[in-house]
Structures are given as C-alpha cells and as structure tokens.
Design a protein around this ligand. Structure first.
Ligand code: HEC
Length: 123
C-alpha cells in the first residue's frame, strides 16, 4: 500500500509539473511516454523502468511483438485510459484518462505499435 501511495504521489507530482504545459501545446506520444510511462516501462519500452525492483507485477514489455500483437488496439487504449484493472490486469498499471486527452491516448496506442513493431492481431 505504501508503494502504491508513493506511485500516486509521484503521478500527482508529474501532473502538477507538466499539467500547465499541456494546455499550451500537445506533447508528442514519445514525450508523453518518457514522462509518464518510462519509470515503469523503461525509456525504450522494454519493461525495465526504475520502479521494477519494487513491483510485484512487472510492467509489460512493450517491445514484445508476440505479446503486444495479441492485444487489440481497443484493449491497449482502455488500459492506457482506465488503468490495468479495466482490462483485468494489475492495479499497478495506473489510469491516464485524467492526464492525457483522447487525442494523446490514441497517439499513445500508435506509439505502442511502433515500439513493438506489431499490429493488432499480428506479430
Ligand atoms: C506505476 C507503474 C506504471 C506506469 C507509470 C505505467 N504502467 Fe503500464 N503497466 C504497468 C504494469 C505493472 C503492467 C502489467 C499489468 C499486468 O500484466 O497485470 C502494465 C501494463 C501496461 C499495458 C499492457 C496491457 C495489456 O494488454 O497487457 C499497457 C498497454 C501499458 N501498461 C501502457 C502504459 C502507458 C501508455 C503508460 C504511460 C501513459 C503506462 N503504461 C504507465 C505499470 C505501469
């Protein structure tokens, strides 16, 4: 629970830091990934962010074409927007729907497809 609290505090801090810049200019999906996702999923998206040693459920390796190819764009979008629980995955995957707008969330799914070099239903 303490860990989760720290994660939420960190996320809240990031929102404060970057929230004001958000309105002025939409950040690229890559920038958003590096800001919000990399601490768990790693800068390269390989699931090796700095948080992993403290996590019971390991963050997904977004460069894994076999796994990622088995996921639908809809599931990736739902996970990004509403968090892991929304697709029966771990609560350690936080929801981003209050941080990223719909356009940014759709762009994020495209960025995830770039990281895995895969498409929905294909490896
Ligand atoms: C606090 C750590 C943490 C952060 C920050 C985080 N994630 Fe995750 N994420 C996880 C964990 C843990 C899982 C694995 C959940 C599971 O397998 O039950 C996961 C899984 C996922 C999945 C896979 C869902 C599936 O279908 O298996 C996607 C997509 C994803 N994250 C996207 C993102 C994006 C995009 C961001 C940034 C906007 C992000 N994550 C930020 C921890 C995090």
């Amino acid at each position: 629970m303490k860990f989760l609290k720290n994660v939420l505090l960190l996320a809240a801090g990031l929102c404060l830091m970057f929230g004001s810049a958000k309105g002025a200019m939409a950040a690229s999906a890559k920038d958003n990934y590096r800001t919000y996702c990399a601490q768990c999923h790693g800068m390269q998206g390989n699931g090796q962010g700095i948080n992993v040693r403290d996590m019971d459920v390991q963050p997904r390796n977004h460069t894994d074409a076999v796994y990622m190819g088995s996921r639908s764009d809809h599931d990736l979008l739902t996970a990004d927007k509403k968090g892991g629980l929304a697709i029966n995955k771990s609560v350690l995957m936080p929801p981003w729907g209050d941080t990223l707008n719909d356009q940014e969330l759709h762009a994020m799914v495209q960025y995830l497809r770039k990281l895995c070099h895969c498409q929905e239903g294909k490896q």
